[in-house]
Design a protein around this ligand. Sequence first.
Ligand code: SF4
Ligand code: SF4
Length: 405
Amino acid sequence: MQNRRKFLKNSLITAAGAGLAANVAYGSNPRLPGNRQERNFVYRTLGRTGIRIPVISMGLDSTKDPNLIRQALDENIMLLVTHETYYGGNSERIIGEVVKGRDRDSYMIMTGALDVNTVDEEKGLYRSEASGEDLLRRAEGCLQRLQLDYIDIFILSYAARRESVFFEPYLKAMETLKKQGKTRFLAIATHSFQPEAIRAAVDTGIYDIAMTAYNFRMDNLQEMDEALKYAEAADLGIIGMKALAGVYWDQERTLPINPAAAIKWVLENENIHTVCPACSSYEQLYLDIGIMENLKLNEKEKHDLLPPQGELSSGLYCQQCGRCIAQCPKRINIPAIMRSYMYAYGYGNLDHAYRTLCSARLDPTACRNCTSCSVNCAMGFDVRTKILDIARLQDDMPDDFMVPG
Ligand code: SF4
Ligand code: SF4
């Protein structure tokens, strides 16, 4: 047992290390910085905000390197996407230092905050004890760490069912933040029940933006595309996340998903205004910049998006459809655990993996007594094996692991 633990820990640390150095398997010959004036990025208007932004933004869940963020801003990346939970709040602190002295109109910061204990992931709702005051207090924390007077886009995290988007304590708190000038724009972020959440965001009349998972692996794309058209008609800005669909096809990280192909595939839908892949290296930054100069998906890239044959075809991406939960007699929060698995092995992001595993409240013995698993996963995952694997991560979780409270 001890050896297996050690193996898991070592393999994840290796994966995380590789992730921080090169989270995505990019080519070994990144483009060098060019003359910014010669760049011809594709820009899109972020819905009713009226702001034209490059079609690729910078996700900051996998880097703490201030120089990389500086370089991205110098290269005209405009939107930095963070959250109070990224590196226990340090992501926001680093951004605050990086943007000091810069023209406030030259960049935008999107961040969010929420007590994850108020989220009922199975139902896609917030629990009744969730309080708007807590959300306001957390937003203040974001502002203090960023050392800014206002946030550009403040996110309500874990929006899912329509009722969650209309959940009054949070809805009122979000409106208050905007009225007080603490944020310019309001957004929801949704990982599950996305079409319903996007439509609800439009119907509230208060949201400017929805940030949603969207990638070539999702099996409800028709429903998603209809919701995105609904959003477009109402001028809701759309930010795509999870474009890289788990980053790798396999746990050992030998079969990368072609990142340029995956991002271009998302951006073929013009109702997605920008995507925010995690950027943790200069190679990634310059690949993103190269993509923005030519969004056309070529034949090889289309071919690269075909799943490999055999058992690897299920990949690492959990689409958070939630169909598994009712199939498990113990009602394990399988979507959150599969998300943690994807963060650990696919994205190489242990910080995210730990945090997500915490929110899942997994009993590490839960699957041991099942001789066979009754869950038929929509993506074809061997759910039991993955749960037993990632449950061991809990044993290695640092004692001081925490999010700002
Ligand atoms: S584990 Fe499978 S069934 Fe469950 S949410 Fe993920 S993709 Fe859907
Ligand atoms: S093995 Fe499958 S059915 Fe059994 S507890 Fe685990 S997830 Fe549920």
